[in-house]
Design a binder for this molecule. Structure first.
Ligand code: K1U
Ligand code: ZN
Length: 169
C-alpha cells in the first residue's frame, strides 16, 4: 500500500467528471487500499478517487468512532436510487479544501446502489453522517465540491484561504 497526494483547490483535476469502473479487479483493489491508507493518514472519514488524481467512480469511507474498530467501506460506481425530500444541514469539511468548514443542506436519507470491494452489488439505505458523507463523495465524482453549494463570496474566500495555506504552510 502507498500514500497518495491529495489534490487541493484550485487544482482543475478536481473539476473532472469521473467515469464508471469496468471491473472490480486487483488493480482497482490496490487503488482502494491506497485511498484508504491516504484517508486514514490525512485524517478523514471519506475520500473519492479524483482527490488523488484518478477520475474513476470509486469512494472509500470509514465512519467508525475512535473507540470502535475500523469499519472500512468501498463504493464502486455508486448511484443514488432515491433521495428524501426532507433535507438536513451538516457542517462539512473536505480534505481538498483544508481547514474550511461550512454548513450544507442535503437530502436527509438516500437509497444507494454500488459495487463493493469484491464487485458484489449492494443496495443500501443511508441516513445521518453516512448520508452526508456519501453525497459529499458522490459530488466529487461529478466534479462538485462542497464549497460549490455555498455563496460565491464564501467559495472565493475558501479558495483564497487554501492558496494562502499552500504558500505559507
Ligand atoms: O475530502 C473528503 O471528501 C473527506 C471529508 C468527508 C466529509 C466530512 C464531513 C462531511 C462530509 C464529508 C473529510 O473527511 S473532512 C475531515 C473530517 O471530517 C474528519 C477528520 C478527522 C476526524 C473526523 C472527521
Ligand atoms: Zn471532499
Amino acid at each position: 500500500m502507498a500514500l497518495r497526494e491529495i489534490l487541493t483547490v484550485p487544482n482543475p483535476v478536481l473539476k473532472q467528471v469521473s467515469t464508471p469502473v469496468a471491473a472490480v479487479d486487483d488493480d482497482l483493489r490496490l487503488l482502494m487500499d491506497d485511498m484508504l491508507e491516504t484517508m486514514y493518514a490525512a485524517p478523514g472519514i471519506g475520500l473519492a478517487a479524483i482527490q488523488v488524481g484518478v477520475p474513476k467512480q470509486v469512494i472509500v469511507m470509514d465512519l467508525a468512532r475512535q473507540d470502535e474498530p475500523p469499519q472500512p467501506r468501498y463504493f464502486v460506481n455508486p448511484e443514488i436510487l432515491w433521495a428524501s425530500e426532507e433535507t438536513a444541514p451538516y457542517e462539512e469539511g473536505c480534505l481538498s479544501v483544508p481547514e474550511v468548514y461550512d454548513e450544507v443542506d442535503r437530502p436527509a436519507r438516500v437509497k444507494l446502489r454500488y459495487l463493493d470491494y469484491h464487485g458484489q452489488e449492494v443496495v443500501e439505505d443511508a441516513e445521518g453522517l453516512f448520508a452526508v458523507c456519501i453525497q459529499h463523495e458522490m459530488d466529487h465524482l461529478k466534479g462538485v465540491l462542497f464549497i460549490d453549494h455555498l455563496s460565491r463570496l464564501k467559495r472565493e474566500r475558501a479558495v483564497a484561504r487554501v492558496r494562502k495555506l499552500a504558500r505559507t504552510g
